[in-house]
Design a protein around this ligand. Structure first.
Ligand SMILES: [Zn+2]
Length: 406
């Protein structure tokens, strides 16, 4: 539904722009007589077509706009929109045919040409003709260097092909087109693309190159968590555990809510340099700083349970459960610990009381942009392809929902 509304808004904006540009061209000499070019736009078919469009009745809109188009075969915007409607209706080849036909017109302004090409590029993309779509969007950008719609489509096409270098070039152009000021969103996306380039270098066994990319990513946006994780991984692989620890500990500073991503890495690296208690200190600091932090409690509880103090460990795991009753990882850790304590009856009863109203999810996360749900944290959404839009989804217990005012 949101997508349809966006499409609608784009179409209407396009229509308004083109209609204004064409206003001076109201009359036109054709076949030796002057024709009022407003005829098509003044016709009931045109108005009806737009009305159907607004009420999302695409088939009816196509019928009426086809009739309006017959009245004036030159009305560029009507044909352009008809093509777009065919595309959205799944008739991609028909859309391509209409838009390609429009391109053969002799007298079009550069902007009109760019609009038609943009529509054609979307047709190609919709039909899965990725190379032709990329070529067409590039041509739009050549005609209209600030066309953010074409730039964005081009960037996403490169990302889908894992052409991170090209995607970065496009994002840089978008940042430049937006003017001199640094936009945090551009910086953040550039940083994620830089991180992907680093991962690519890692896979190709070029650690020095990878380090440069990850460092650039953190300079572009110091909240790019995966770049710290990956940078530490490279340092560790190069036999530099202390440097790796320094990098991972920075996550605790810049994004404490994501620090848990470095827990297992830090835990084994601390053991490697023979300071295992530093892990306990780290978890305690996180719990003190944020009492809601169930992940630090879970890690701390597990650590204690595994290292000779299961009763205190279980206490922490129960606390963790109170803050996130649906965390499957917590339940699993609790069962392991209960088993180690030979299912002491009083402890099992506490557990049953704590979990009475829980519903189970592995580790629910949701995309803030498109509501896509995932069982883990993702850095790029597989549905809307936006970067860094996932947040932890916590479902309140029935009791909490009742307490919360609507
Ligand atoms: Zn999404």
């Amino acid at each position: 539904m949101t997508e349809t509304l966006v499409l609608l808004a784009a179409l209407l904006a396009l229509l308004a722009g083109l209609a204004a540009g064409k206003a001076w061209e109201r009359y036109k000499l054709r076949g030796g007589r002057w024709i009022d070019r407003r005829r098509a736009r003044g016709s009931p078919h045109y108005i009806l077509g737009l009305n159907h469009l607004v009420s999302n009745q695409i088939d009816l809109a196509i019928d009426e706009l086809n009739k309006a188009a017959e009245l004036d075969s030159d009305a560029l915007e009507i044909h352009l929109i008809l093509g777009n409607l065919y595309r959205e209706n799944g008739q991609v080849s028909k859309a391509i045919q209409i838009h390609q036909h429009l391109l053969q017109r002799a007298r079009m302004t550069t902007l009109e040409h760019a609009h038609v090409l943009l529509s054609l590029g979307l047709d190609f993309k919709h039909g899965g003709f990725i190379d032709r779509a990329a070529e067409t969007f590039s041509e739009v950008v050549r005609l209209d260097p600030r066309n953010t719609h074409a730039l964005l489509n081009l960037e996403k096409l490169h990302e889908e092909q894992h052409e991170w270098q090209q995607a970065r070039v496009i994002r840089q152009r978008m940042a430049e087109a937006a003017g001199g000021e640094q936009n945090p969103r551009d910086q953040a996306i550039l940083a994620f693309l830089e991180n992907e380039l680093g991962l690519q270098a890692m896979r190709e066994q070029r650690p020095e190159q990878a380090i440069k990319h990850f460092e650039t990513a953190t300079h572009l946006d110091d909240k790019t968590v995966p770049a710290y994780l990956n940078l530490g991984d490279v340092r560790l692989a190069l036999g530099q555990p202390k440097d790796a620890i320094d990098v991972w500990e920075r996550i605790v500073q810049i994004a404490p809510d994501r620090a848990y991503l470095a827990f297992s890495r830090l835990k084994s690296a601390y053991a490697e340099i023979a300071v295992p208690t530093r892990f306990l200190d780290l978890c305690r600091r996180l719990v003190d700083a944020n009492p809601q932090d169930w992940r630090a409690r879970l890690a701390l509880g597990q650590h204690l349970a595994e290292n000779g103090d299961p009763v205190r460990g279980l206490d922490l795991l129960f606390e963790s459960l109170v803050h996130n009753p649906h965390g499957l990882a917590i339940h699993q850790a609790i069962w392991r610990t209960l088993s180690a304590l030979e299912f002491r009856a009083t402890l099992v009863t506490r557990y049953i009381n704590l979990t009475r109203d829980a519903v189970f999810y592995l580790d629910p996360h949701v995309c803030m942009r498109c509501r896509y749900r995932s069982t883990e944290l993702l850095w790029q959404c597989p549905q809307c392809h936006e970067w860094n839009t996932f947040v932890e989804e916590r479902i309140a217990t029935a009791e909490q929902s009742e307490e919360a005012p609507a």
